[in-house]
Design a protein around this ligand. Sequence first.
Ligand SMILES: Nc1ncnc2c1ncn2[C@@H]1O[C@H](COP(=O)(O)OP(=O)(O)O)[C@@H](O)[C@H]1O
Ligand SMILES: [Mg+2]
Length: 276
Amino acid sequence: MASGAVKKTAKAQAQPESSDAENVLEQPDVLPKKRPDAGEGRVKTGVPGLDELIGGGFEKGSTVVVMGSAGCGKTTMLSQFLYNGAVEYGEAGVMISFEEQPDAILRHMKGYGFDFAALEKQGLFSTVSYRPHEVKKLVDEGGGLILDTISSIGAKRLAVDSLTSYALLFETQYQAREAEITLFELLQKWKCTTLMSAEWLGEGKKSGAGSVEYLADGVIIMHHPRHKSLRYRAIEILKMRGAKQSEKLCPFELIDGFGVKIYPNEEIFYKLKEKD
Ligand SMILES: Nc1ncnc2c1ncn2[C@@H]1O[C@H](COP(=O)(O)OP(=O)(O)O)[C@@H](O)[C@H]1O
Ligand SMILES: [Mg+2]
């Protein structure tokens, strides 16, 4: 294990005949309920409404970036991708954090009903976090700690929160750009399907992360614009490899006890609302 970096390994591997019957009885709701189509074709996102917009899900092993301003719902979507991925499709996932401590993230995500502690007990979830001074080690060592964690639970899904925080940990823009490329190369090597967040300041405005659009296999934008006295939430698929993507901006909600819900058959009409 890379010294200094924080690692939380699953306490127990998922086993069909667990001797710890108490755990199983305590968390009946999060036991994986595998659907018949799990593992076939594209990777289901676990975010209601999203698969319909991207040809059925993410391409297996691809890296998709979800961009947006602070508070637009990026961490929520990342968490939902991992949580529902485990609960609905039986796929283990790892959350890699470069900003908030994972404990804080997971506490906030509990409001959406994502019980990561229970998943961790079943060996379906784990976290890795890097503090600012440790991040160079990730690049130098080729992410050994992350790979160990992926192997320890057989993870199929990764969430990286966020690329912007990661890039900002490097001194020069050149180093940050190099490090971004290294991270994307590592993610490709690890073969998990990855959802990564990045700050997006608006059309044509530069964020800490470089030209993510070119490195990623897919780009999703979570818009949160204000119009008159109201803010709207809308999702846009900017790019999605191997899929015919929707060109529409679709509304979505952040729902307590649930997470992100996208309405793929609805469109945003400011004008209609204006007349109200
Ligand atoms: N339990 C909840 N139910 C509904 N909305 C929530 C809940 N918890 C947080 N939120 C909303 O989610 C937003 C933050 O989402 P988050 O995914 O952390 O955004 P980001 O990572 O893009 O900054 C907050 O603006 C808050 O309004
Ligand atoms: Mg966040």
